[in-house]
Design a protein around this ligand. Structure first.
Ligand code: TMP
Length: 256
């Protein structure tokens, strides 16, 4: 069997060429990295969980008309995606102060923000993904003003939907990061959601206990990363290795 071509390898995923033109295969690794890969560990089974969680979220987003690169999950670690041209920006949406926002602006972690805040970071490992303004983005040609508008609209719709989805299962969506791609179809180009959404790229806090259920468990050496990712999957009603498949969808957690 001939080996398929590896197009790109990132810190947590590998992109292979797909079975037909215009498609790619996205492989989820078990590697966990933080602080621009200065901290690195292999967390057995993380890739499998993230593949499932990402599949579920992208399907739900596709279901409400949010365009994504996702086609279908292929197996435990891989999904078939549409080939897009990645916009070299990380788009972060914040609802509650945490992480770099607290460090940069001296806001206390957990402060509810007066409104959701969108930030852009330039994707460049050598520079450590610096925060950039729309001025930088347009001046350096990383995206056009209409593309910035599209990315912001996409980010806000995703935030609204996912905040509700997670709240329904007792999880607060503190912040998250997305990446967007340019999808070329029938001489048309549109901005779609690419990359992944998973506990690696979100901050998720248990509503009642405020327990962290995301990659901060690894970043902050809290332990129990996989257990928490599994709990996120379980609450969303997604099958995992230790649990038979459920068909019922998210488990509603009643607040008292
Ligand atoms: P930050 O507070 O470190 O800037 O992170 C904001 C959000 O973006 C948080 O949900 C984690 C996510 N994120 C990534 O997905 N990849 C990254 O490289 C970084 C720095 C953050």
């Amino acid at each position: 069997m001939s080996r398929r071509r590896r197009i790109y390898e990132g810190k947590a995923k590998i992109i292979y060429e797909g079975p037909e033109p215009g498609t790619l295969v996205q492989f989820f690794k078990d590697d966990a990295t933080a602080f621009n890969a200065q901290k690195h560990e292999v967390v057995d089974g993380k890739g499998v969980l993230n593949n499932r969680i990402c599949e579920y979220i992208f399907q739900r987003l596709n279901g409400i008309g949010i365009p994504t690169h996702f086609i279908r999950r292929l197996n435990m670690r891989e999904q078939l995606i549409k080939e897009v041209e990645i916009v070299p920006l990380e788009v972060v949406v914040r609802n509650i102060a945490a992480g770099s926002l607290c460090k940069r602006l001296g806001v206390e972690e957990g402060t509810v923000l007066p409104r959701s805040i969108i930030e852009f970071y330039y994707k460049n490992d050598e520079l450590g993904d610096p925060l950039v303004s729309e001025e930088h983005i347009t001046a350096f040609g990383w995206a056009t003003p209409p593309e910035i508008d599209d990315m912001m609209a996409l980010a806000i719709r995703i935030n609204d939907f996912l905040s509700g989805l997670f709240m329904g299962v007792g999880i607060q969506l503190v912040d998250f990061k997305i990446e967007c791609g340019r999808l070329y179809e029938n001489e048309m180009m549109r901005i779609v959601l690419a990359d992944e959404i998973s506990p690696d790229s979100c901050r998720l806090w248990d509503v009642k206990t405020k327990e962290k259920m995301d990659k901060d468990r690894f970043r902050e050496d809290l332990g129990g990363m996989l257990e928490n990712y599994r709990e996120v999957a379980k609450r969303l009603g997604i099958m995992n290795e230790n649990e038979p498949a459920r068909t019922g969808g998210p488990v509603l957690v009643k607040s008292d």
